[in-house]
Design a protein around this ligand. Structure first.
Ligand SMILES: Nc1nc2c(ncn2[C@@H]2O[C@H](COP(=O)(O)OP(=O)(O)OP(=O)(O)O)[C@@H](O)[C@H]2O)c(=O)[nH]1
Ligand SMILES: C[C@H](OP(=O)(O)O)C(=O)O
Length: 206
């Protein structure tokens, strides 16, 4: 199964700026990308990194560079009309088992919703379906599938629902992660902060 993994090289993970400086955000984004690529391969997928600029470092997967905005770049990958799967590069909890379940779920379009309204992964088996990312995209994708007469199936998965966008997402990486991304977070001195029944993250001063 061809699996496109979009990766924003230019100023990645800007919402993590409260905790990470520019270089750290890039290094962390690459650590997540490497974990996702491993999980895709271990789930039987053949990954292609769809980057908005050259990565500038070796990566264990073919890379296609397309500097168009995310939606346009992914729709270009769908244009041939053959089945394509899209898995975002910031799914730090993704495992081969979770991805296999997604890949094996029947439907013209199979989605893994993200927390907060995004669309973290899509298996597209309908030639007329197109994507429209950002701004509660899961709702847009339900509508777009309906408009072309495609069935739309959603996979309920914690591991595919968590995409790391904001510092609070590090809580789930620390509690449920196991790969390079979690290792990077720990090495960066980011730790759980628990008090009065709430949990967040803090960072040890260097
Ligand atoms: N190819 C490509 N991938 C993108 C682009 N923008 C985001 N991505 C990737 O799409 C996925 C989800 O995007 P976001 O969560 O918005 O990622 P992001 O842009 O790094 O994060 P923010 O800067 O905080 O919005 C991630 O895997 C990004 O690497 C883009 O313009 N082109
Ligand atoms: C790509 C985008 O990610 P978000 O901006 O919602 O994190 C989406 O899932 O539509």
């Amino acid at each position: 199964m061809r699996v496109v993994v979009p990766f924003g090289v230019q100023s990645p993970k800007t919402r993590l700026a409260p905790l990470l400086v520019d270089d750290e955000r890039r290094d962390f984004a690459v650590a997540m990308l490497r974990d996702v690529l491993d999980a895709v391969r271990d789930a039987g997928g053949t990954p292609l990194v769809l980057a908005d600029a050259p990565l500038g470092e070796p990566i264990d997967a073919p890379v296609a560079v397309d500097d168009r905005p995310l939606t346009d770049a992914v729709n270009n990958q769908l244009a041939a009309g053959t089945p394509v799967t899209v898995v975002m590069a910031d799914l730090a909890l993704a495992t081969p088992e979770a991805l296999s379940r997604l890949f094996e779920t029947a439907g013209d379009v199979v989605a893994a919703p993200g927390l907060g309204g995004g669309t973290n992964a899509l298996v597209v088996r309908h030639p007329d379906f197109s994507v429209d990312y950002h701004g509660a995209s899961i709702a847009d994708h339900r509508r777009l599938a309906d408009e072309v007469g495609a069935t739309f199936v959603e996979v309920d998965s914690l591991r595919l629902a968590v995409d790391v966008d904001e510092p609070a997402d590090f809580v789930d990486v620390l509690l449920h992660g196991a790969g390079r991304a979690r290792e990077w977070v720990v090495d960066a001195g980011i730790h759980l902060q628990r008090g009065d029944g709430r949990v967040g993250v803090g960072r040890a001063r260097r």
